[in-house]
Design a protein around this ligand. Structure first.
Ligand SMILES: Nc1ncnc2c1ncn2[C@@H]1O[C@H](COP(=O)(O)OP(=O)(O)OP(=O)(O)O)[C@@H](O)[C@H]1O
Ligand SMILES: Nc1ncnc2c1ncn2[C@@H]1O[C@H](COP(=O)(O)OP(=O)(O)OP(=O)(O)O)[C@@H](O)[C@H]1O
Ligand SMILES: [Mg+2]
Ligand SMILES: [Mg+2]
Lengths: 254, 254
């Protein structure tokens, strides 16, 4: 079972879109996939037609009783694709758990019992650094960092990588991350310059291609379908398929 | 002195863009304007060429000593436009201050001494609900809520309004808010449907026009200029000018 996390503490950069579109491609290829919504705003849960304000079972349940992981998983309506939903109650975890020891491994332990059921698990992280993010970093083997190709987003990326390095120093196991340039608009100088400076600053951890701007992503979220299932031949979907091929090539070496 | 706050706990929806573009228009009209960056990520501070990681004086200083407000204000390089910058130290305020009484009025008291210097103050709020947001709500007379015209963003808006109503119940004075539909893309059904459902759900608190998608906003942030100063005739700048005319029409009635 491969566990990938999608994170960036900056909001609105394409985390949910990345998780949902990659999962759609994997599901179409016949892989069994579990999506985990770790964001108290629950936008991935909403994406698939559920209401994070009114769900009584969710990822929050896992923090009360880790054995109940199988009870909280719900269907998405797409073959091979299941969802562990978020609820707004997740927002209270940081205040409740604060510095309690051992609460950083709840997700990792919860997913262990699903080893035989899902080939891929993709975690959609919240846009902030707290107990949920610590859980995601502890559980995953590969971290994907969507970053908009624009000047302001680069500053946040450097800070995010410094913070992750700090959290990771406390862990011992091997960890890879991939920076995914997204919302690339080849018509604007701002996008081209931002991509050029990313390529100067990073090495192989930066994916060598980009996710272009594609208005069909919004359409997909309106109808609640991954774009990779709705319009597999769209620019956005094809770009994520190329990213998936790179990730699968790497996954075998872990 | 009119104090406007721009907020939405969802990230990447155009808060900084709204604050900077409106401020640019006011400055061009000869009004004296102070921009306040309340976001620990400091994207507005970065926008004007300063580094929130290395500034020793910032909004954070005000929470240590409210008298020092004049020492922390810096120029932006544009006539009539000054900046009270953010620093990353702001991120520690919630943990430090927690439930300490009276820390919700620091900004309101700090700005009071600037009454004669600035005609308009625009607050760029962080993408979360904490002590900084409480300060912004306590200080402002008008709250602007940029909301992307897409399905997922609407869900977050309802939740945000519920939370604001809760915070406001504890206050007594008059308060107005305006919902600003932004990143509107007239080519996609998703945008049209989202706008239609906003218009069904809200009354006069929803601005009757939209801010369109305009790639020049990215260009503006790359060069560190408000779009309203860089290209006043652009689609994005003209839309914010129309919003400003509505806000000024209302401001006189407060
Ligand atoms: N490549 C793209 N081209 C055009 N629009 C995109 C692209 N990727 C994402 N979007 C749109 O941008 C918006 C934000 O994307 P998304 O919700 O995936 O971001 P996020 O990082 O998960 O946000 P949050 O921080 O709120 O969780 C959505 O409307 C989505 O449809
Ligand atoms: N109307 C628009 N058309 C096109 N791009 C826009 C528009 N408004 C904002 N943007 C772009 O969207 C991105 C996010 O905008 P902005 O930084 O203002 O959002 P924010 O809500 O302040 O984000 P954060 O939550 O990180 O503070 C920026 O790249 C900005 O240039
Ligand atoms: Mg998301
Ligand atoms: Mg901002």
């Amino acid at each position: 079972m491969h566990i990938w996390a999608v994170a960036n503490q900056k909001g609105g950069v394409g985390k949910t879109t990345t998780a949902v579109t990659l999962a759609g491609h994997l599901a179409r290829r016949g892989k069994t996939v579990l999506l985990v919504d770790m964001d108290p705003h629950g936008s991935m849960t909403t994406y698939f037609g559920h209401d994070p304000d009114s769900l009584d079972q969710s990822l929050y349940t896992l923090f009360q009783d880790v054995e109940r992981v199988m009870d909280v998983i719900i269907p998405t309506g797409f073959e091979n694709l299941s969802l562990l939903p978020a609820s707004t109650a997740l927002a209270t975890l940081d205040r409740q758990l604060g510095t309690q020891e051992g609460k950083g491994l709840v997700l990792k332990n919860g997913l262990r019992s699903l080893e035989a059921r899902y080939e891929y698990v993709i975690l959609d992280c919240p846009p902030l650094l707290g107990i949920l993010m610590v859980n995601a970093l502890a559980a995953c083997e590969h971290l994907l960092l969507p970053v908009q190709t624009e000047f302001l987003a680069l500053k946040g990326l450097e800070r995010m990588l410094r913070t992750i390095a700090m959290i990771l120093n406390a862990r011992k196991h091997h960890f890879i991350y991939t920076i995914v340039p997204t919302m690339f608009d080849r018509r604007t100088r701002a996008s081209l310059e931002a991509l050029r400076s990313m390529r100067e600053q990073f090495g192989t951890e930066l994916w060598d291609s980009v996710i272009p701007i594609d208005t069909q992503f919004r359409e997909a979220s309106r109808v609640g379908k991954p774009l990779s299932i709705m319009v597999p031949s769209s620019r956005g979907s094809r770009a994520y398929e190329a990213l998936l091929d790179r990730l699968l090539g790497q996954a075998d070496n872990v």
